[in-house]
Design a protein around this ligand. Sequence first.
Ligand code: AHR
Length: 331
Amino acid sequence: MSKNRLGLLLLAGCLFLLAGCTPSGKKKTEEAADSGNRLLLGFAQIGSESSWRIGNTRSVQEAAGRHGIQLMMSDANQKQENEIRAIRQFIAYQVDVIAFVPIVEEGWENVLYEARNAGIPVILSDRQISDKIDENLYTTYVGADFYAEGQKAGEFLRKKAENSEKETFRIVELLGTPGSTPALQRKQGFHDVIEGDSRFEILESVSGDFLRSKGKESMEMLLEKWGDRIDVLYSHNDGMTLGAIDAIEKAGLRPGKDIVIITVDGEQAAVDLLKEGKINCVVECTPMLGDLIMDLTKKLAAGEEVPRVIHPDETMFTEYDDLSELPPRGY
Ligand code: AHR
């Protein structure tokens, strides 16, 4: 075992002692011996900007426990430089596998070369890196098909139009974090479906950075500018949608009626508002990636081949569906 790795295990052991924890009821010496044999996964998370993200962090932590994998998890507080620093620490500790959520697509070359030179396999979790970056710098991507999510949003809008007397639909769009895969692909998928259909016009697309507070602010600005010309809100996540709904109601308009609301994620709060008629369509994006990541970690550490891309199954929920039997969402 390397000095660094030994140092890490001693540090982890000290923290256990300080906290007085004996998680499995075993003697502390047995715990230390166990942890020395367990796989070590370094996971760089981007922060806690949404309930979705909090659910994603919980899924990874719980799955690590179930799979007996030791987890070093960092929270970058929405800053790419913090994520890069965390990945460098994982390399220094010689973790077995690195997983990280690229907050934006660009800017990962140097740190990924360092991981490759150290012989540590890398999993991209939830978001992807630019296709201009050498694709050999990571092994696999596990997460949603964001382009398909955007297409589903567009297809719902077409169905809504077919069931409506209205002839035109003027749309405002709340985008996610600029330069992130979900923002880029949810936009592209949606635009590709409605493009060329004269019933639809995009009035404006603005960023709300995946944050509820910014979703509200941006929607207030859009309402001020476009007023009751807005027929549809397409929002890239539920957090921003909840903020936008506050702004719409404050402006005296009825979400889901005066303005058609299409959102992505499928948090419990959004599904509840869909049932109340304040949202018309929720495109699902699951944060429950933990078990998939742990399976990949075990396979990569054992030198096994893994698929290049893994998309979890995802669906959508709309005002046309019977949602009475829908189980609790869990995030
Ligand atoms: O990358 C997934 C997106 O990030 C989710 O849609 C959003 O809620 C989160 O912040």
